[in-house]
Every structure is written in structure tokens, then in C-alpha cells.
Design a protein around this ligand. Sequence first.
Ligand SMILES: [Zn+2]
Length: 100
Amino acid sequence: MKPALRKIALERIQILINSAISNAKMNPDLSQRQASLAQRICTRYKIRVPYELRIVFCKKCKSFIAPGINSKIRLGRASVKSIRISCNLCGHTYRKIIPQ
Ligand SMILES: [Zn+2]
């Protein structure tokens, strides 16, 4: 695949995530659709799912969870930089290491 196409796909993914997050409060259905569309683009273009996209999906119930709206994000206190994300929909909490 052409690198240019991959770049365009990545840009679309970023745009979709951003608008999914901003729609999460007012229009949850739309934001859910935009988030799953972003995921489908990743699969279709075989793009490694970007970090921003990985933290906005619950590991357990697979729903789109907008940071601060339907998920809680707390910073870990260990020396390793990490965040803990709790899903408000199913209550699952998971830890993510912040890439340096
Ligand atoms: Zn969940």
C-alpha cells in the first residue's frame, strides 16, 4: 500500500476520534459510530491502532469511552508513568503505560 494512503487514513482516524470525543456528551450514538468507523479504517488499512484510539475503547465491553465523560482517567503514582482508565459503562479498570 502507498504510504500516502496510509497517511490519509491516519488523518481520518484522528479526525474521527476527535469528533467522537467532542460528541460524546451531546450525541453519544454519533460518537459511538464515529469511534467504530475509526476502528474499521484501522483494520481496513492494516494500520496499527494509534494510542489515542486505544485508550478510548474499553478493553472489556469494547464500547467507546470518552475520557472524562464515560471513563475516569487517573494518573498512577509509581515511577513508571501510567494511567488508570475506568469504564463507567461496565466498571472495568485497566492500566496503560504512557509511551515516552
Ligand atoms: Zn467497559
